[in-house]
Design a protein around this ligand. Structure first.
Ligand code: ATP
Length: 198
């Protein structure tokens, strides 16, 4: 069984996340994809929507696709959501399964700032989605990792969807051309819950 794990703040989840992750899931030939909002993002300011609201938006975004599971794994754990700890737990829970952690290149480019980053590949391969609108150069340590572990790092070229959650939150607050950047169900939820100043 091949499990793809897609983590993020998802504040909110948007078409960039959904379209590129589904393309990656198909390209990697995954059996199931766990889409997992992080609890307290270690690298970021505290998010605008609550953990429960972010999880609900993930559920709405992939609704109707039985292979995609909105995962509350990191929300149930106390403390910051370190990917290493989550991947290690997942590996212990499903020791027979192959895990691939999916992330955008902007995140991968700075992987060497992550907690325990050198151990990540003990538990999962990495699949990196190019993100042309946020092209970020790899650090020297990340370049070295790609060179030495090319069999465990999959470089993908998904459709280029130039949406970012930070820009989207500003667009929602000012009510400018934001609905087409998120799945329709997510747009309705944002309005119902008055998220991001709506
Ligand atoms: P922000 O703009 O605030 O940085 P974000 O849009 O990157 O937010 P995150 O929740 O931080 O949203 O992203 C989760 C993961 O999805 C990260 O690995 C990120 O690189 C990736 N990602 C986000 N948007 C895209 C996109 N448009 N195309 C490809 N990957 C993306």
């Amino acid at each position: 069984m091949l499990r793809i794990i897609f983590g993020g703040t998802f504040d909110p989840i948007h078409n960039g996340h959904v379209t590129t992750s589904l393309a990656a899931f198909a390209e990697l030939n995954g059996d199931v994809m766990h889409v997992m909002p992080s609890a307290q993002p270690p690298h970021r300011d505290y998010p605008g929507a609550s953990a429960e609201q972010r999880l609900t938006m993930v559920e709405l975004a992939y609704a109707g696709n039985p292979q995609i599971v909105a995962e509350d794994w990191e929300l149930k754990r106390d403390g910051p959501s370190y990917s290493l700890l989550t991947l290690r737990e997942m590996h212990e829970r499903w020791p027979q399964d192959k895990l691939i952690f999916l992330l955008g290149n902007d995140a991968f480019a700075k992987l060497d700032s992550w907690y325990g980053w050198q151990e990540l590949l003990n538990y999962a391969d990495l699949a990196v989605m190019q993100r042309l609108a946020q092209d970020t150069p790899w650090t020297t340590a990340v370049e070295e990792l790609v060179r030495t572990h090319s069999n465990k790092i999959h470089l993908l070229d998904p459709p280029n969807i130039a949406v970012s959650a930070t820009e989207l939150r500003a667009a929602i607050a000012s009510n400018t051309a934001w609905r087409e950047q998120v799945p329709a169900r997510v747009a309705r939820f944002i309005e119902q819950q008055h998220l991001y100043g709506r």
